[in-house]
Design a protein around this ligand. Structure first.
Ligand code: GLU
Length: 307
């Protein structure tokens, strides 16, 4: 049986809710059942939205849930230099290019093309597919823009990146899913994202780049997370191949939903674990609550056949 190194990787941009507890419990149990390790990673690259108070509450919540993680907690904001090195590799391979457009400028450009914004293709996260402005601009325009000092992000040339990766592995890109049915190898579809941002304007990274680099640095061999992040696995697998990073397996779990069928989220103010704690709810009651709204019983998740 494989010994799994799993992780729980919350962003301290709000209080954790039952969905996070569900995710953390699954990751911790998968590690425990395989005599592996469970890691905590604080995904705080968004310096504006991450708050120390939220981070401290994460530690308190996990303690209250009785989840034991490895001592070494990785905080992404302490590793921008590392992400920058990987970003440089992508640049050296000629797979990323600078983009000076803001989100609203992109929207304006899409609208000005005579097309309705509603008919413009969206990526799996609901963002407009980038219209590839600034791709292949002349060297002189590029250096003028660089000299202007205007902030820019780095976008991946997705077609080029896919053919770079495919010629490296001499096959189509795929990944191994052991959580969702049917379990096994699935084909990756990074092209659904178009030329997405790999490093934001303010930092030398993005969610996709740092999560990929960190899973490899932390030797994670089973990435456990919610179904909402399933599509991004295609991008992560693509980056792993390009950057020579090891290939983990993925365990995506269903999302807990509220009475109206909406997934629990920080932005819709789902009841926080902290407020359950403050009300005197016990860990046992939390498990019961999760079971009640869980789309499939926890035991079934744990019983997942391991290879
Ligand atoms: N930081 C992400 C979140 O809070 C999770 C990232 C991951 O598990 O890959 O949604």
């Amino acid at each position: 049986m494989t010994t799994y190194k799993t992780r729980f990787a919350p962003s301290p941009t709000g209080y954790l809710h039952l969905g996070h507890a569900f995710s953390a419990i699954i990751a911790s149990e998968l590690a425990e059942k395989s005599s592996g390790n469970f890691y905590l990673r604080i995904e705080d690259i968004d310096l504006g939205r991450s708050k120390i108070n939220y981070e401290e509450t994460i530690y308190e919540d996990l303690e209250w849930l009785g989840l034991k993680y490895e001592k070494q907690v990785r905080r992404q904001s302490e590793h921008f230099k590392t992400y920058e090195e990987y970003l440089k590799k992508l640049r050296d391979y000629g797979l990323i290019y600078p983009c000076w457009a803001t989100r609203s400028e992109i929207k304006k450009i899409i609208l000005s093309g005579g097309k309705k914004a509603s008919s413009w293709p969206l990526d799996p996260d609901g963002q407009y597919i980038y219209p590839e402005i600034y791709k292949g601009i002349s060297a002189s325009r590029k250096s003028r823009l660089m000299l202007s000092g205007k902030d820019f992000s780095w976008r991946i040339d997705i077609k080029k990146a896919i053919s770079f990766a495919e010629s490296k592995i001499k096959s189509k890109i795929s990944f191994d899913e052991i959580g969702l049915e049917p379990k096994g190898i699935r084909s990756a579809e990074p092209k659904l994202y178009g030329d997405l941002i790999i490093a934001r304007k303010d930092i030398p990274t993005s969610y996709h780049l740092s999560v990929t680099v960190d899973d490899s640095i932390q030797n994670i061999n089973l990435v456990t997370r919610g179904l909402d992040l399933y599509p991004s696995t295609s991008i992560h697998r693509l980056l792993q191949i390009i950057l020579d990073l090891p290939e983990p397996k993925w365990f995506h779990h269903n999302l807990l939903r509220d009475k109206n069928g909406q997934k629990l989220s920080k932005s819709t103010n789902s009841t926080s674990l902290k407020s359950f704690r403050n009300k005197g709810t016990t860990r046992g009651e939390i498990s019961k609550l999760i079971k009640k709204i869980d789309p499939f019983p926890l035991n079934e998740v744990y019983a997942t056949k391991q290879t």
